[in-house]
Design a binder for this molecule. Structure first.
Ligand code: ADP
Ligand code: ZN
Ligand code: ZN
Length: 757
């Protein structure tokens, strides 16, 4: 017999529900179980077994001079919580990457296993109390007499007695040290004699410090009440339900009622939100009802904080009764789940793009809910076409709220034709006179403005007017974006950056022209147009730090800013009281995006951003600048006509065979060798055609056909809903097997994106 060397855990860190769910994810999304685990387990749990590096989230990388390879690793780490040494070799196509890693460690860009481990150890705090026998006062007096020749020791005993007097509980040793003014050595002498007893207590890093709710009673209005009872009727039949309520209709209050019911039944609840809608505004709101029963699971939290939430859920303790989280919260070790709320269910950020598993958190939630026999509510002001389709075919129940809470009117939406404004010379920079005047009036009334522009940076293209050369990223097939603040050109795909050159890199003339505009340029223009206004900006560039995003929101909330310019980040779930005007700088870039969902997405985005206007008594106003005011989607946004949008989009999907009419799998092939990739993609596509005989589109280059020095080619596999997805995937996997047997294609990487959106 062998001796037990060490017991790692008393309880498994993963439960059976999770394993079953993860196996489903691996099969459905065509990846390995290992890949699911990588995404699912908190990094702190993975550290035991592998050589990993991890991004140091406390460092501002722009200030450091990183070389190209270092930058590639840095960018890869933005997408993946941690990387193995072998994976870094793969990314860089290089055998010996250790010198590079050491460089990154020295620059403190990444942390290594040992450093992380040091931080990950649970925080232990020393507590101290009087030995049990001295709880008896007579014994205590006797002790003090005995200690009369050790005045410092008796001082400590007396202090402790007083500190413990009210609570009778152990107190932190540090407190005793401060109070008695005695050294550690004196205390140690007493613990050695067992007069005092000292303990180590695990201290949670994530503590709720707010005021626990005045447990404000929510009184739902008639519309909310009706929605709630419809939802409950559907829940009785175990049917997931879509809550379709216009912006500011009070969907959150309905969720709160559902959460309350769930807790009353003694079950855990999961509240899922897209990452950027996961703001302290919402967290505070939920905490004011449920206090410390709410925990947050967020990628911006440190790995220790995440581990702590994991363990709380595993223990199923009080703190884990309600978990609010972004998509990865579906992986937590729930054992007793009663409700899943998927708020903003239409958001495409619920789908993980990179790396595997490329899962959709909403869809995976429905499966998870079914394993637990839990209820599931999906909510949105602009439901996705596929969810509405599931309502129509009876898979989901439906409840809707058509009016804003408190008789607040829907905002007035007006389209502004910039083609005409330009012709009539009624533009100030990128602002039409209409928008400019409306802004001036709003500022006059001391109300606030949100401006939405889909691009960040100053200008997305720098072009030479002499030779037509556009400055491109050396690693990717995209133009570099000019960022004025740093006077740099940057790639938004791989993070490559360089100083702006004076002369054209191709012909040498100094005729460089900046084309297009991003948030940074809008902010600059505003300084000229409204010099007295305070302008803030919210985009990826201004929100990198852990609390940066919160700071901007708070400042805007407290009206330290008059105008907030931003990308998609300003469109989600924010509730500002004093915003009466929303301006959309240019709707066309959204509408013209080359994707079958571009119109649906434009409708959602514009409706959501418009919904930030006028959330209190006064009616808000929204101005949408466009070159194409007769576009059907803009008309539908203006009249808030979801049904028409749905009908038209659905018809188009039927015509051109796109989801939800058919299922879709996007296969991307990647290789550094252009010719090899083309050949391999051809081989794969024709094999698919031979074996499956469904609609196989491609191979085709995606709009950005080279990223991080790899060429990409897509094959789109469409198959009817009547066809078994399991069989189809098995057939594809068999083709993959034959593909992998061809040695010349060994370097080609295959990426499946099931239900690609
Ligand atoms: P949605 O999530 O549908 O956009 P919210 O839940 O944010 O809407 O509600 C909009 C505003 O109305 C919030 O400020 C919220 O506090 C308020 N509100 C909604 N329902 C109620 C209610 N029943 N009682 C009090 N205030 C409510
Ligand atoms: Zn040139
Ligand atoms: Zn690039």
């Amino acid at each position: 017999p062998k001796e037990i060397y060490q017991i790692l855990d008393e309880k498994p860190s993963v439960n059976e529900y999770q394993l079953k769910h993860w196996i489903w994810i691996a099969q459905y999304y065509m990846c390995t179980l290992g890949e699911v685990m990588r995404s699912a387990l908190p990094t702190a749990l993975l550290l035991e077994s592998e050589t990993l590096i991890l991004l140091n989230k406390n460092i501002e990388v722009d200030e450091l001079a990183l070389n190209d390879n270092e930058f590639l690793v840095y960018e890869a780490l933005q997408h993946q919580t941690a990387l193995k040494i072998g994976e870094i070799s793969g990314i860089l196509d290089k055998k010996n990457v250790l010198p590079l890693i050491n460089g990154l460690v020295q620059k403190k860009v990444v942390l290594q296993k040992e450093e992380i481990y040091e931080q990950y150890k649970p925080k232990l705090v020393k507590y101290i109390k009087l030995g049990k026998e001295f709880e008896d006062e007579a014994k205590l007096e006797e002790l003090l007499v005995n200690l009369s020749r050790a005045p410092k020791q008796s001082q400590v005993v007396l202090s402790l007695f007083q500190l413990q007097a009210t609570t009778k509980k152990p107190i932190p040793t540090s407190e005793l040290e401060n109070e008695s003014g005695c050294s550690r050595a004196v205390i140690k002498a007493l613990t050695d004699k067992s007069i005092l007893e000292e303990y180590l207590i695990r201290k949670d890093r994530v503590e709720f410090n707010g005021i626990i709710g005045e447990s404000r009673k929510i009184i739902l209005n008639a519309y909310q009440e009706e929605a709630l009872s419809k939802i409950n009727a559907n829940f009785k039949e175990k049917r997931p339900t879509l809550l379709h309520g216009v912006t500011s209709s009070g969907k959150t209050e309905v969720y709160i009622k559902l959460l309350e019911q769930c807790l009353l039944n003694g079950k855990q609840a999961l509240y899922l939100l897209p990452e950027i809608a996961l703001t302290s505004q919402l967290i505070n709101r939920l905490q004011s009802y449920f206090g410390h029963k709410v925990s947050v699971y967020h990628s911006k939290y440190s790995i220790h904080e995440r581990l702590e939430v994991w363990n709380n859920v595993l223990e199923s303790n009080e703190k884990s009764q309600i978990i609010i989280g972004a998509r990865s919260a579906i992986f937590l070790p729930f054992s007793n789940l009663g409700l899943i709320v998927v708020d903003e269910e239409h958001e495409n950020s619920f789908k993980q793009f990179d790396p595997n598993p490329r899962y959709h958190a909403r869809d995976a939630s429905l499966v998870l809910a079914s394993y637990h026999s839990a209820n599931c509510i999906l909510g949105s002001a602009t439901p996705s076409i596929e969810s509405m389709e599931n309502v129509k075919n009876g898979k989901y129940g439906y409840a809707n709220i058509q009016y804003r809470y408190g008789d607040v009117l829907m905002p007035e939406i007006q389209l502004v034709d910039i083609k005409e404004a330009t012709r009539k010379k009624r533009m100030k920079g990128h602002f039409s006179e209409t928008l400019f005047n409306e802004m001036a009036e709003t500022l006059e009334k001391e109300e606030q403005i949100i401006l939405f522009q889909n691009r960040r940076g100053f200008a997305p293209v720098v072009e030479c007017t002499t030779c037509g050369n556009v400055t491109q990223c050396p690693n990717c097939d995209v133009s570099l974006t000019y960022h004025q603040g740093r006077n740099q050109l940057r790639c938004h795909y791989c993070g490559y950056h360089m100083a702006l050159q004076q002369a054209c890199l191709s012909c040498g003339s100094n005729t460089l022209d900046k084309k297009g505009f991003g948030t940074e340029q809008i902010q600059e223009e505003l300084k000229q147009l409204f010099p007295q206004a305070n302008v803030g900006r919210m985009d990826l560039d201004t929100t990198r730090g852990k609390y940066a995003y919160e700071k901007i929101i708070t400042a805007f909330e407290q009206q330290e800013m008059d105008i907030l310019v931003g990308t998609q980040m300003v469109t989600k779930g924010l509730d500002f009281r004093n915003v009466s005007l929303v301006g959309i700088m240019n709707a066309d870039s959204l509408l013209n995006f080359p994707d079958y969902r571009a119109h649906e997405r434009s409708f959602q985005l514009l409706t959501q951003v418009a919904g930030r206007a006028g959330r209190t008594k006064k009616r808000g106003k929204v101005l949408i600048q466009t070159y194409n005011p007769y576009h059907q989607i803009l008309q539908q946004v203006t009249t808030n006509d979801y049904d028409k949008m749905f009908a038209e989009q659905y018809y188009e999907r039927e015509q051109f065979k796109y989801p939800p009419i058919v299922r879709i799998i996007k296969l991307t092939l990647k290789d550094k060798d252009y010719n090899k990739l083309n050949e391999a993609a051809q081989w794969f596509a024709s094999s698919l055609r031979n074996v499956l005989g469904y609609q196989i589109l491609g191979p085709e280059y995606p709009p950005v056909s080279r990223i991080r020095r790899e060429y990409l080619k897509n094959i789109l596999i469409k198959f009817p809903k009547t066809q078994s997805p399991v069989q189809t995937k098995n057939s594809i996997k068999r083709i993959e097997k034959s593909f992998n047997a061809i040695s010349k294609y060994k370097s080609v990487r295959l990426v499946y994106n099931v239900d690609h959106i």
